[in-house]
Design a protein around this ligand. Structure first.
Ligand SMILES: Cc1cc2nc3c(=O)[nH]c(=O)nc-3n(C[C@H](O)[C@H](O)[C@H](O)COP(=O)(O)OP(=O)(O)OC[C@H]3O[C@@H](n4cnc5c(N)ncnc54)[C@H](O)[C@@H]3O)c2cc1C
Length: 640
């Protein structure tokens, strides 16, 4: 029986609907998060107030209200009239569009080459970091830190020399991650990994733990010693679906290879796992496929209908030896409490020392990372009239053009929209570290081929939701550590990574608050990955917070209810981080680019006279190190 809104606690006042301890988000959007002191004549916006602290905002975050409207007016409505444009500031040496890891790294590399330059970084959000931001919650005198996006530092062996060097300069030492991660946490508390079947989709709520290799999130769950083909017997499915899944999980490698005989590796790399399971492994019952298909959604942003065969192994499913992959299973140990947001915070700390100076007794090197974890960044220091380096939030670039025909130009004119007004900044050079798909709208004079290439770099949408529970007795009683949730909006849920660093301690006492982390990728099985991702952007943007909140409450009520969980009382706060423009377009790593002509990102990232192009899109790989590498390349082009 579905619960009423009251039973679920939808009427409860919790920090969720854009309420910030200190000021309301709507106030921030109206510019009230800014100092009320009179504007200097040469400053378009006043410095932010000292209590402006967006990481503590709950409710709908990520692409929050106020961040995307101007960009959509431009990209979807072709808005050109932004009202009177003021130009109050002296020219800059460099304007960077985008304050994510790539934009911040761009400013960092540029200032290393030319210290003291006048640099302006613009970002349309109320916080810096792009995908790499944090959520902070205060409850019962305790601070909880969660990751709002970028999750884990995968595979340092693939990082470039520049990424290694930058991280070293920021004091981030990959070899220290195992020290931060409490590898015994889940097992110590009896928390397992399994499948959760919800009542609305399966007729009853049931959590089924099982022993499975899960290389896509926290590690160290308690092994319930239940082989998957045995656990399947408890799945609330039709007997035939259960039998097919049991046979699939029990299948020996020799049998899989026998069934795949005649399929070349090339063919297997073009075939979806769904097709392989259905046509070669005998799994064709819709209820069985309904369990398998969504498994990779939260990581890959599409299900097994659009993921090649080899991906099955990472989810404990049988694949032919010809495409079996050995994945490093410990990648997700490399995680700060705020995921990769520590990189953006460390960059800001380096670029704006006064923003951290008063809030922590900062050390240098890796000790600074420990200190900064619990330090509060002073946003009022990011955009001050007396400084040469400025990070201007809540500011959307809407037009970027050379001041003359590009070959003869001496400056670039950057028009941006902030607090309902348009301003222009002049700059000797510009780096566009924003989504590359946005650039054709910003730079109408770009060559056609380059514009076309940019439109191909479709990003993958994702939503990361963090839910704070006042206590986690029900979590422990259920033995729930993490689960695939095939019928739910959020197809993945887990108790947040057990990571402690510096003064920040991951809760270890079930009486104290904890974060549950849930992930939703809006898919449309049966379509190509690109089409699913494009449709997903819109779906994420159009889904109201209230609908997501209800679905999260129902999911947790079903999952933890048998352990005594009461969604109306036990949920203390909720933040939904939506990333409609999430991961960068990444061609299949084995097949590579198989379209016509050169790879689109190589065409898209060509420098355009005084304008260079960064962002992870420009490297066609979704990882954070790509964002850094592309910043390094773009800055190199400016100095070439
Ligand atoms: C949910 C999620 C999980 C991830 N997990 C991982 C992970 O585990 N490991 C990993 O390595 N990587 C991960 N990534 C990818 C990683 O976060 C990115 O590669 C990296 O952060 C991208 O940085 P960026 O600066 O290139 O882009 P972004 O972070 O997107 O920053 C670009 C910024 O430019 C702004 N912008 C766009 N247009 C304009 C405009 N017109 N005016 C002003 N500003 C503009 C954007 O709003 C944004 O703030 C994840 C990404 C997401 C979304």
């Amino acid at each position: 029986m579905s619960k009423s809104g009251k039973d679920l606690g939808l009427d409860r006042r919790i920090p969720r609907r854009d309420i910030l301890h200190g000021f309301g988000a709507t106030a921030a959007l109206a510019g009230l998060g800014r100092s009320s002191t009179l504007l200097a004549a040469d400053q378009p916006v006043a410095p932010l107030d000292a209590d402006y602290y967006p990481p503590a905002l709950a409710g709908l975050r990520g692409n929050h209200r106020g961040s995307w409207e101007a960009a959509h007016d431009l990209a979807l409505e072709n808005r050109q009239d932004w009202g009177p444009v003021q130009e109050p500031e002296d020219p800059y040496d460099l304007v960077v569009v985008g304050g994510g890891i790539s934009g911040l790294s761009t400013a960092y590399f540029y200032l290393q080459k030319r210290p003291g330059s006048r640099v302006l970084i613009l970002d349309n959000h109320d916080d810096f970091g792009g995908h790499a931001r944090r959520n902070e919650f205060q409850l019962d005198g305790q601070t909880l830190i969660g990751h709002a996006g970028s999750q884990a530092f995968a595979d340092p062996s693939r990082w470039s020399r520049e990424t290694h060097r930058l991280l070293a300069e920021l004091g981030i030492e990959p070899e220290r991650f195992p020290d931060y991660y409490d590898s015994d946490f889940y097992a110590r508390h009896g928390l397992t990994f399994g499948f959760f079947f919800d009542e609305a989709s399966y007729g009853e709520n049931r959590y089924v733990p099982l022993s499975t290799p899960w290389g896509h999130g926290p590690v160290g769950f308690r092994d319930p010693q239940i082989a998957p083909h045995r656990a399947v017997e408890s799945f609330p499915l039709a007997p035939e679906a259960r039998a097919q899944l049991a046979a699939l999980y029990a299948m020996e490698q020799a049998e899989v290879d026998h069934r795949a005989a005649g399929l070349s590796a090339e063919r297997l790399n073009r075939m979806s796992y769904l097709e392989f399971a259905r046509d070669y492994l005998g799994v064709d019952h819709p209820e069985a496929l309904g369990v398998i298909v969504p498994m990779p959604e939260a990581i890959e942003t599409v299900g097994f209908d659009a993921q090649p065969v080899r991906y099955g192994s990472g989810y404990g499913l049988p694949v032919p030896a010809a495409v079996l992959q050995q994945r490093p299973v410990d990648s997700f140990v490399r995680h700060f409490p705020d995921g990769i947001a520590t990189v953006s915070r460390q960059l800001v700390a380096q670029l704006f020392p006064s923003a951290v100076g008063s809030s922590a007794d900062l050390h240098s090197g890796s000790a600074a990372v420990d200190d900064l974890m619990t330090a509060r960044i002073d946003y009022s220091q990011l955009d001050r009239p007396d400084r040469t380096l400025k990070l201007r939030l809540n500011s959307t670039a809407v037009n970027v053009i050379h001041d003359d025909v590009p070959e003869r130009s001496r400056q670039v004119l950057v028009t941006y929209f902030t607090n309902g007004r348009a301003y222009r900044a002049r700059s000797g050079q510009v780096v566009l570290a924003c989504y590359n798909m946005m650039i054709p709208h910003l730079c109408p004079t770009l060559p056609q081929a380059q514009r076309r290439a940019m439109y191909r770099l479709i990003k993958s949408p994702l939503v990361y939701s963090n839910v704070v529970l006042g206590n986690w007795h029900a979590v422990k009683a259920q033995g729930f550590g993490g689960a695939y949730c095939p019928g739910c909006l959020h197809s993945m849920a887990f108790v947040d990574f057990p990571t402690s660093i510096g003064r920040y301690r991951q809760p270890d006492d079930p009486d104290r608050p904890i974060i549950l982390h849930l992930e939703w990728a809006p898919t449309n099985p049966g379509m190509s990955k690109a089409d699913q991702n494009e449709g997903g952007h819109l779906r994420i943007t159009m889904t109201p917070f209230r609908e997501i909140e209800r679905s999260v409450r129902e999911q947790l009520a079903g999952l933890l209810g048998p352990g005594g969980f009461d969604p109306a009382n036990d949920i203390a706060a909720m933040t939904v981080n939506r990333h409609p423009h999430g991961y960068a377009w990444t061609p299949d790593p084995v097949r590579g680019w198989d379209g016509e002509g050169p790879e689109p990102h190589l065409v898209a990232r060509q420098p355009f006279h005084r304008i260079a192009i960064a962002n992870s899109d420009a490297g066609a790989r979704f990882t954070f190190d790509t964002a850094i590498d592309q910043a390094y390349r773009a800055v190199g082009e400016l100095f070439a």
